[in-house]
Design a binder for this molecule. Structure first.
Ligand SMILES: [Zn+2]
Length: 284
């Protein structure tokens, strides 16, 4: 997240007034360069060899029902199978690697391995777009609240009561979760896991993936400049009542509790970060 060096954050000195006008956001003229969000022009284009190769690898993963950790053919086998250059093969695999969809083990016995489908990786690529478009952390928090309220509301409306109770079971009692984890990374992960459990109930994988990205970005960026563990008790209490509302199927209550929860975290973060909330969302 944000450093205080504002000058470093304006790599594109393109006219922001014009960008805002074309974007229909004339009341929120950015104070630095950004690229206007556009719906103009075709996004369809001819794929490069490496991109076609990446598609083939993905097709293989899906068609063969491979799972995270399963190995893919060696480089030599793939070169023969796909009939592409070594350069294109490596570039194609790299496209998938940066998305976390495969990992490449180096050394003897190494090779490509199936990775995972994680909203954090989708969030990471989103931050590139947010940054270029001039979006700020204030906007991110606004979007995060919107996303989480929808997830909580839909999770509580999930018709399968058994699934709701099972997903919320780890959070229905306070017990040992009162203990503040010593490691920041573990705290961040546990917090994200609760929100992931809520999202898993919405019954729509598009919503489950995309609406989790905002929270994932907040977790990763805020944790790099501040220690959110001070909010541990507040978060544990919030999660407890959210888990109970969702397990009981009270959708209105779930949405309200989630709004309160995100507002609480946002208020705390705003107090700590002050003007840095107006910084561009970093691509990281
Ligand atoms: Zn939370």
């Amino acid at each position: 997240m944000p450093s205080n060096d504002r000058s470093r954050k304006s790599p594109i000195p393109a006219g922001p007034d014009e960008a805002a006008r074309r974007n229909g956001h004339s009341s929120a003229v950015p104070t630095r360069g950004c690229i206007a969000i556009t719906a103009d022009g075709a996004v369809l284009r001819t794929l490069k060899t490496s991109e076609s190769l990446a598609r083939e690898v993905v097709r293989t993963i899906i068609d063969q029902g491979l799972q995270p950790g399963d190995g893919l053919p060696t480089e030599g086998a793939m070169l023969e199978q796909y009939g592409v250059s070594r350069e294109s093969l490596r570039e194609g695999l790299r496209l998938l690697e940066v998305q976390g969809l495969i990992s490449i083990r180096r050394g003897p016995g190494g090779g490509p391995v199936v990775g995972s489908v994680h909203p954090a990786n989708l969030g990471r690529i989103s931050t590139l777009y947010f940054h270029m478009a001039g979006a700020t952390y204030n906007e991110l928090f606004d979007a995060w609240m919107f996303a989480e309220c929808i997830l909580a509301e839909r999770a509580a409306r999930a018709s399968d009561r058994t699934a709701r109770v099972a997903a919320m079971a780890p959070y229905l009692e306070l017990n040992e979760v009162r203990e503040t984890p010593e490691e920041l990374a573990r705290f961040v992960q546990e917090h994200a896991m609760f929100h992931g459990a809520v999202a898993s109930l919405v019954g729509n994988r598009v919503l489950e993936l995309t609406l989790q990205t905002m929270g994932q970005i907040v977790s990763h960026h805020v944790a790099t400049v501040d220690d959110p563990r001070i909010m541990h008790d507040l978060i544990a209490d919030d999660h407890l009542r959210l888990a109970r509302a969702i397990a009981a199927g009270h959708s209105g209550q779930a949405s309200t509790f989630m709004r309160d929860h995100i507002e609480g975290v946002a208020r705390y973060t705003r107090e700590r970060l002050g003007a840095r909330m107006d910084d561009l969302i970093e691509w990281q």
